[in-house]
Design a protein around this ligand. Structure first.
Ligand SMILES: [Zn+2]
Ligand SMILES: [Zn+2]
Length: 221
């Protein structure tokens, strides 16, 4: 049985010793939230599962829910409210690729973070699908589509100068980035045991933004 707590940004942390005061998140160094700041009710809980210390993971036979509100007084918890407002006020929507903004902002604004991510990666997939079909007449999807579209040997979408070794390496790297993005995070909820937070969502959205910017600059053969 491993106790867990969430940090102010909403990252899950396993707490091996709850007697240690003022513990911080191992990912972002924000404070762990042990109790509701309004009513001091306890947040976080104990996982029933098999702890594997060697790889610091717990078996995935359980599901951890990260609450949006305090279960005692109904107060909005820090990772839901503070983070959302902070991100929204940071001006990210001005610098992110406009297609990401069009597809994801309304979903982000209503707190549907995983959906915001899923939608933009689906958008990237369907955009590349159209390009590939238009150029080859063949309909492909997902991982296969990304490999065939960006393969350095015969790409449909050319990211860099394929005459040079460096250019080929860059082409190969972007093929892997597009492929990995589609296979690993097209649906962030499918492989994770918790709903993603506003903070985590933004990291995915910026990856999507990078890929869309690259696609915009690329040459289509
Ligand atoms: Zn954190
Ligand atoms: Zn409370």
């Amino acid at each position: 049985m491993i106790p867990y707590e969430f940090c102010r940004k909403g990252h899950l942390n396993y707490v091996l010793d709850r007697n240690v005061k003022d513990q911080v998140c191992s990912l972002c160094r924000e404070k762990l939230v042990r109790e509701c700041e309004k009513c001091l009710g306890k947040i976080g809980s104990v996982i029933i599962g098999t702890y594997l210390p060697a790889i610091k993971r717990v078996s995935t036979s359980y599901k951890i829910e990260r609450p949006k509100l305090c279960g005692h007084c109904g107060e909005i918890l820090p990772w839901t409210k503070n983070m959302h407002d902070k991100i929204d006020g940071s001006g990210i929507w001005k610098i992110i690729n406009p297609e990401v903004r069009d597809v994801s902002k309304s979903r982000f604004d209503t707190g549907h973070y995983a959906d915001a991510v899923e939608s933009v990666f689906k958008h990237i997939n369907s955009k590349i699908k159209k390009i590939y079909k238009c150029k080859t007449g063949t309909e492909l999807d997902g991982v296969n589509l990304m490999r065939k579209t960006f393969t350095p040997s015969e790409p449909v979408v050319v990211i860099d100068n394929l005459e040079t070794e460096t250019g080929k390496n860059i082409q190969q790297g972007y093929m892997e980035l597009f492929t990995g993005s589609i296979s690993a995070i097209r649906n962030p909820k499918a492989h994770e045991n918790i709903e993603i937070s506003a903070d985590e969502c933004v990291h995915f959205l910026f990856l999507a933004s990078l890929l869309l910017n690259k696609l915009h600059e690329a040459q289509i053969r």
